[in-house]
Ligand binder design. Sequence first.
Ligand SMILES: Cc1ncc(COP(=O)(O)O)c(C=O)c1O
Length: 394
Amino acid sequence: MELAQRLQRIPPYPFREIAALKSKMIAEGKEPIDFGIGDPDMPTPGFVIDALYEAANDPETHPYDESGFGIPEYKEAVASFAKRRFGVDVDPDGEIQSCIGSKEALVHIIWAYIDPSDVVLVPDPAYSVYKVQTTWCGGAPFPMPLTMDNGFLPDLDAIPRSVAKAAKLMFLNYPNNPTGAVAPLEYYEKAVAFAKEYELLIVNDCAYSEVAYDGYTPCSILQVDGAKDVAIEMHSLSKTFNMTGWRVGWAMGGAEYVEALSKCKSNVDSGTFMAIQRAAIGALNRFEEWVPEMQGEYQARRDALIDGLNSLGWELEKPKAAFYVWLPVPPGYTSESFATALLRDCMVLAIPGAVYGEFGEGFVRMSLTLKGDDKVGQIQQAIANMKANLDLSW
Ligand SMILES: Cc1ncc(COP(=O)(O)O)c(C=O)c1O
């Protein structure tokens, strides 16, 4: 059966191919040190599992969530988190929508607003969903380059006026996947002013808002006065609480945009399992005690990887947030050839930066999430393999 044209227009989901390559190596008895997919390797905290157990034993959680936006207690817990964490007031009644992970919300906000030919401003490199779903809807993604020179923050002044005027949506994502960059509040202030001038909606992807180091606290775009007029922000429990498989998150922002998302969702899915929403309340309520432990674990790995790479000749700063190292490839390599050399000669799996867009060329992404025991030991082994087997002529 021939696929629909819209599905033919998009490439396969990139990680499916990388996962297949890894499986092939394992079948051949060669298990690489896997810095590939950014999927937390630690278990969900016990107190969240306990909350799920209790909730799942209550038959009231078993039917459809007919509330549409999420159960009131979940939206209250989200509003309380937003106040405690970012100091922002979000109305549980109309400004919050529970989501089946933030990916689902990112997809549906595009379906809510984008018609064929509509322009969407998309960072490049970026998480694939923004561009792919825009294309899927027949829209026109316009790349905003993230480069070392601009600190991996889109240069809003470089966007042609005609493009900015035509654009309906702009995606931002900080802490950033794949570059590990962060956005200061002043950047969000500028972005909100830009969105007001050109009458577009900012979708701020905050999936990594709690994965941060050295006491740095990433901000929310909603901390900018008047941001709700032009912004919706996507959050997730996936990375914060090691809950990627649970599929739970939320959108918060201007009521008009939350309503549009809700209309879209209500015609596609039937909400998040209510027991999972209750477990998510258990997670958010104990956020303050849990998060330092999670951050400390990744920080130790970040330090081991950056210190090791710098000992090989790189001059990298330590990323302040997210669990990615965005590594410039040494002279003479492309992102693809360097990732291949890492895998073939060093048993190190990293993702070629070009997977994330044209401006990802010249980099590979290394995720600090690692399966197996002794993560720091694995990182040190990877560095030793690179030292022994790579020709690094700087
Ligand atoms: C930038 C970014 N946004 C959103 C997501 C989606 O996360 P989830 O759907 O698990 O909340 C991911 C997952 O890797 C991501 O990297």
